[in-house]
Ligand binder design. Structure first.
Ligand code: PMP
Length: 354
């Protein structure tokens, strides 16, 4: 081993879902199957390339203002970043600086463990129960901070706001981050608790309900003090995180509330129908409130189903990791895409039985 090896910060990276370049039915990374708001395309087409000579506004002020108006908070309560991954990573760096372990569920967004390891933050995973529900009591012990998604990923299970509040209220000496990447498809957001709890940060994204995963925009909403700490860390890292296209397109997406709400309704409708269709075929589905469905099949090896689907150009997500070996996660696509999935499953399940 070379001597310098011991000084290298080694990381075990997060493994993102595949982004195949061929045309496939893509139900593996929780993207939205519908295009972004029409104003986004217009903004892109009318962008003046000459503007790119200049650095973008380091504060992304206009985007921050659009978000502040939309969520009825002050501009100094909003922090934006390059997808919520960037925002969450900044939150880990800024707020999780204790010797005590931070807490998050054992079955959850696998990036949390990666950031904890990268930044050398001690952590402890709290096992979800046998129905994959987060047990709030596990988060009432001493800790260095808390993070969980609501709805959780990859289960899609939503925790009622009263339970979320109990976790925040019982942990007022540490920062609690609620990762609401999928909240628009679910229920009440913890945003309504922002003024009540000084230790709360809510993180959301443009990648799901706003159909802009490719543009990479995420944001945190909290009180001005915590947002200042986040900005101080960001400006110590990279001043210009938000590029010009992201700023102008992001504003257009936020402005179109009607399109946003209609898009959410469509996904929820398809999700509820798809859950029933899966159940008709013998799948066990968790009651997802996100834009994906976590499902197992008692009669079949789910890994084989995943592989067969992939050979047919239908991509879903399979991890094969502890406790979830028999589950796949299926992103809610268009009704046509889901019909193609069900047609294939009908043929596969019939053939695999013989
Ligand atoms: N949080 C959760 C729970 C997620 O599933 C994802 C999507 N992979 C993210 C955060 C990050 O999304 P993005 O960086 O696209 O905003």
């Amino acid at each position: 081993m070379k001597t310098f090896e011991k000084n290298i910060r080694k990381a075990e990276p997060y493994v993102p879902g595949e982004q195949p370049w061929q045309k496939v039915i893509k139900l593996n990374t929780n993207e939205n199957p519908y295009p972004p708001a029409p104003g986004v395309e217009k903004a892109l087409k009318s962008m003046d390339a000459d503007r790119l000579r200049l650095y973008p506004d380091p504060t992304a002020g206009e985007l921050v203002k659009a978000l502040a108006d939309f969520y009825h908070v002050d501009e100094n309560q909003v922090f934006v970043g390059v997808g919520s991954d960037d925002v969450l990573s900044m939150c880990f760096l800024t707020f999780f600086n204790s010797e005590k372990p931070i807490l998050f569920p054992d079955i959850t967004y696998s990036f949390y463990k990666v950031w904890a390891q990268l930044y050398r933050i001690p952590y402890e995973c709290c096992p979800v129960d046998e129905n994959f529900c987060i047990k709030k009591e596990d988060y009432f012990k001493e800790n260095g901070g808390i993070i969980f998604p609501n709805p959780n990923a990859p289960t899609g299970l939503y925790m009622e706001l009263g339970d979320v509040e109990e976790i925040i209220a019982r942990n007022q000496d540490v920062i609690v981050i609620v990762d609401e990447a999928y909240i628009d498809f679910a229920g009440k957001s913890a945003l309504e608790l922002i003024d009540k709890y000084e230790n709360l940060i809510v993180v959301q994204t443009f990648s799901k309900a706003r159909s802009m995963a490719g543009m990479r925009i995420g944001y945190a909403i909290s009180n001005p003090l915590l947002i200042k700490y986040l900005n101080d860390a960001k400006y110590s890292f990279n001043s210009y995180t938000m590029n010009q296209a992201a700023i102008v397109c992001g504003i257009e997406a936020v402005k179109d509330k009607e399109y946003f709400e209609e898009g959410i309704r469509k996904i929820i409708r398809t999700r509820e129908w798809a859950k029933e269709e899966l159940k008709k075929r013998g799948f066990l589905c968790l009651d997802s409130k996100a834009n994906f469905i976590f499902a197992a099949h008692p009669g079949y090896d789910v890994q084989k189903i995943y592989e067969a689907l992939k050979r047919k150009g239908i991509y879903v997500r399979y991890w094969g990791s502890e406790r979830i070996e028999q589950y796949v996660r299926i992103t809610v696509g268009t009704e046509d895409e889901m019909d193609t999935l069900f047609d294939f499953l009908d043929r596969y399940l019939a053939a695999a039985k013989d």
